[in-house]
Design a protein around this ligand. Structure first.
Ligand code: G6P
Length: 584
């Protein structure tokens, strides 16, 4: 949800800023801009569209600068709404949402100040300029005290060879190597030896080759250093055309790593003590992570017989949820930065739940808020549509379900070698390439299943919507006849997922009903008998039905990918979406 970068060093800043922005583009890509200071003059270049449109800024001279890639919240995607924003001596980039921007803007307008954009961010520059009588950090602090909402800010002040930072709720990191670097996410910091995270309410000053951190009262504080894998983030798409393709291909390796991590991980053993005391489970998450939570519910309730409630985080946070004693809240988030998930998780913790973060980013805001941390170790995921992180989340959640079962003295089906099964699933799923002409030409598509297969239907539908822009619905197979059947026309594609032997024939009843209304049927199954009956089917390797979403989702991920390609879309960067949604 917008990405910000900064550079202060001996080289030209523009190149480093652009590199950082390319790496942050997954956070938003409707416009981009940079500001570079030379001899106390700040020059700004902004462009509508992707970071590549900003290549013309590479020639800017100066060794200090800030940059931004935008996902529009206030104001259309346009050059005038692109960051950096300038007012007087102040130039800034902002990630987050200023909720009282309207009132603050009215206040500035009555002072005769003019605005050049429709954004909520520009008002911050006005406030800083107003308070800029001495120490710039003090002016920024005073401005921040007026702001409601969330922000990660990087500020340049004409005449001051420094970068000023402030953070509330939106992530902001600083790296130190040959230069000082600022970014919303670790991979964008580039070549650094140390990385530090600003905590909520903190400020920082980058000057010369020094970084100083301050608390909310501008008292110096020690920075929080982040451990990171220097190799991580350097692996680009290599032989793959798209990140999504690469990330699907990595699923077997991710599962193999998970098998090692969760067989030997002592943190998980510590967590076992928490599980022994757990009587209720609540899962909060958004998007694909929410679907992982729904799959977990199926497994937890079935294996451990513990009640598990799964709620979309943006709903949970605005309800008055009941949190009983001995509740474990699992917040699932690939990025660990999704604003709604963090807010829901904190609410649950405040009401007495033990908060466990299940995330792919060990240094994320969610991790810092949690009582226990479960890491997915899926590696960096760049494509906006989540794939390998979903499989990794499922693995950990199934491990939790099993551990809960064992803690109650119950049995659970053994985990097979899921990495090998996923490898085979990737091979057989190539069959869906032949399905894409039906989807590319369709007006809408439907996914149906029962139990865990229904959850996979939801995820398959979400993937297809996200990147192919084809209207699509995931439906409980038994519910089809209560409304959705009315939407089926001659040739409408319906994908049925059937991996549960006991429920498969029931699902096939819905398939027959759909086919009789002209639907074109596509089947994803682990049951050879069913596959043989259908013209278009993917036969997956046998897997215990409790864990089947780990592999049954793979053909659907591929279906979305190939359909997006067939419809001429960029699967990695779907329109209007962003990977990390740090605003509510
Ligand atoms: C965005 C992404 C989705 C993702 C969701 C939750 O909508 O486009 O792919 O599932 O956010 O993200 P999280 O990082 O919390 O898992």
């Amino acid at each position: 949800m917008c990405g910000i970068v900064g550079y202060l060093g001996k080289k030209q800043a523009a190149g480093a800023l652009l590199e950082g922005l390319y790496r942050l583009e997954y956070r938003g890509y409707d416009s981009a801009g940079v500001a570079v200071m030379d001899e106390n003059v700040i020059r700004i270049v902004r462009r509508k569209g992707r970071v590549k449109e900003l290549e013309c800024a590479r020639h800017l001279v100066g060794n200090i600068g800030i940059g931004h890639t935008r996902w529009a919240t206030h104001g259309s995607p346009s050059e005038k709404n692109a960051h950096p924003h300038r007012f007087g001596r102040v130039v800034l980039v902002h990630n987050g949402i200023i909720e009282n921007a309207h009132a603050l803007k009215e206040e500035c307008l009555t002072r005769g100040e003019e605005f050049s954009s429709e954004t909520d961010s520009e008002v911050i520059a006005h406030l800083i300029e107003r308070y800029l009588t001495g120490d710039p950090l003090l002016a920024i602090k005073k401005a921040c005290e007026r702001l409601q909402g969330s922000y990660a800010l990087a500020v340049l002040i004409e005449g001051k060879h420094a970068i000023y930072l402030a953070r509330k709720k939106s992530p902001l990191l600083v790296g130190k190597g040959e230069a000082l670097l600022v970014a919303s996410d670790l991979p964008a910091l580039g070549n650094i030896s140390h990385a530090y995270a600003l905590e909520d309410g903190q400020f920082a000053l980058l000057k010369g080759d020094e970084i100083a951190f301050y608390d909310g009262e501008l008292r110096p504080v020690s920075p929080k250093e982040i451990a990171f894998d220097r190799e991580e983030g350097e692996k680009e798409t290599l032989c793959f055309e798209h990140f999504m393709q690469k990330e699907m291909a990595e699923i077997p390796a991710v599962l193999a790593r998970s098998e090692v991590d969760f067989a030997t991980d002592s943190r998980f053993s510590d967590f076992y003590r928490v599980l022994c005391q757990t009587e209720y489970i609540q899962i909060v998450a958004c998007g694909t992570a929410f679907h992982a939570g729904l799959c977990a519910k199926e497994a937890i309730e079935r294996l451990a017989r513990i009640s598990c409630e799964v709620t979309v985080a943006s709903e949970y946070r605005y309800r008055d949820p009941i949190v009983k004693e001995n509740t474990l809240c699992i917040a699932v988030s690939q990025s660990g930065e999704t604003a709604d998930t963090i807010a829901a998780a904190l609410l649950s913790k405040e009401k007495g739940a033990h908060l466990a973060a299940l995330t792919n980013v060990a240094y994320s805001s969610l991790t810092r808020a949690a009582d226990s941390v479960l890491c997915t170790n899926a590696g960096r995921e760049v494509a906006v549509a989540a794939t390998k992180s979903f499989n990794a989340q499922l693995f950990v959640l199934y491990s939790v379900a099993r551990a809960l079962a064992f803690s109650r003295g119950r049995e659970a089906p053994p985990m097979q070698c899921f990495s090998a099964l996923a490898y085979r699933a990737l091979e057989v799923a190539e069959e869906v390439r032949s399905w894409t002409p039906f989807f590319a030409a369709a007006k809408s598509a439907y996914f149906i299943g029962r139990g865990a297969d229904y959850v996979v239907a939801l995820e398959g539908s979400l993937k297809l919507k996200e990147i192919s822009y084809l209207p699509s619905e995931g439906y409980a197979a038994g519910e089809l006849k209560h409304g959705t059947l009315a939407l089926l026309e001659e040739g409408t594609p319906v994908v049925a997922i059937a991996t549960n032997e006991d429920l498969a024939e029931k699902t096939m009843n819905a398939v027959h009903e759909a086919r009789s209304r002209g639907a074109q049927i596509f089947l994803v199954t682990t049951l050879p008998g069913l596959a043989a009956r259908e013209e278009h089917s993917v036969l997956l390797p046998p897997i215990d039905e409790v864990y089947s979403p780990l592999i049954s989702v793979i053909p659907l991920q591929k279906l979305a990918y190939y359909t997006a390609l067939a419809r001429g879309n960029d699967p990695d960067k779907p329109r209007n979406l962003a990977k990390s949604v740090t605003v509510e």
